[in-house]
Design a protein around this ligand. Sequence first.
Ligand code: SAH
Length: 213
Amino acid sequence: MNFKELREKMVGQQLAGRDIKDKRVLDAFLKVERHRFVGEEAQSSAYADYPLPIGANQTISQPYMVALMTQLLDLKGTEKVLEIGTGSGYQAAILAELAKTVYSIERISSLADKAQKVLNELGYKNINIKVDDGTLGWQEISPFDAIIVTAASPEIPQTLVKQLTEGGKLVLPVGGTFGQMLVLVKKQKGKIDTKEICGCVFVPLIGKYGYNK
Ligand code: SAH
């Protein structure tokens, strides 16, 4: 299978063909080999326009959703970014292409191990993964210029808002377990500005400031 060709098609049709216009974001999606982040049985669908299973009842989001959330963070290359929900590690790799350092938290250790392995194989040195409850954020490393939550939260976790820099951005799905609103939060002059982007469906964020289970 010609993965490079599939990747170019994905970027052209699903991303640039919609509203992904940030050239750095499009270039990152051309570069990162999405098929490396799914099991062999799913590799032939790795560049399709939908989410895929990654084991432990979790999913890697549709490419467009990963791109949309990434574009909203407006990364320039100097940022320290926190991701909640490492999953396959694909979103972390995309972020690592666009920011200075990525910190990523996953609650399921088997997924964190798999993600760490593929990210090592691909040579990423600016991604740090830990197994923990991401709803607590990563206090010792905070504040972050950008935070991305890739699981559905019942509300905006204030622990995460507190760990944003002045001018920092947080993007996350907020709502019930069957459907959510993608929300962009900006911290400006100590004030919080929130903007609703679009409807979306994510697996639940499970933790102290998320869902119970
Ligand atoms: N960003 C991932 C997609 C992850 S799916 C990717 O690119 O593949 C959402 C992930 O969030 C799942 O792996 C799930 O285990 C994880 N998760 C759910 N609640 C969490 C929490 N409180 N802390 C950390 N990870 C969490």
